[in-house]
Write a protein that binds this ligand. Sequence first.
Ligand SMILES: [Ca+2]
Ligand SMILES: [Ca+2]
Length: 94
Amino acid sequence: MEKLVLFLVISIFIIGCQTGEKEDVVGTVSFVGPTLQADINGDGIVDANDIKIMASEWGKEQIDDEGFRSDFNNDGIVDLKDLAVMADHWLEEK
Ligand SMILES: [Ca+2]
Ligand SMILES: [Ca+2]
């Protein structure tokens, strides 16, 4: 229960950082980790360090083939859909 509350607080913070309307971009390069999808920094657990990376990429749209590590659904933007993926894997360890 405490984990859920913490996650919601962090999520609300990130959502508060979001600005403006974003259009979806189609045709992105897939970036899926070999083990744990939402483990952005690859340390074997989905935790606050990963959500910090997501926060740094939050709301950004893909402008080249690089893509974003936090763009789990590969739609070219880091948004609530990706946050939902992280929520599904929150505190999972490989
Ligand atoms: Ca991690
Ligand atoms: Ca996305």
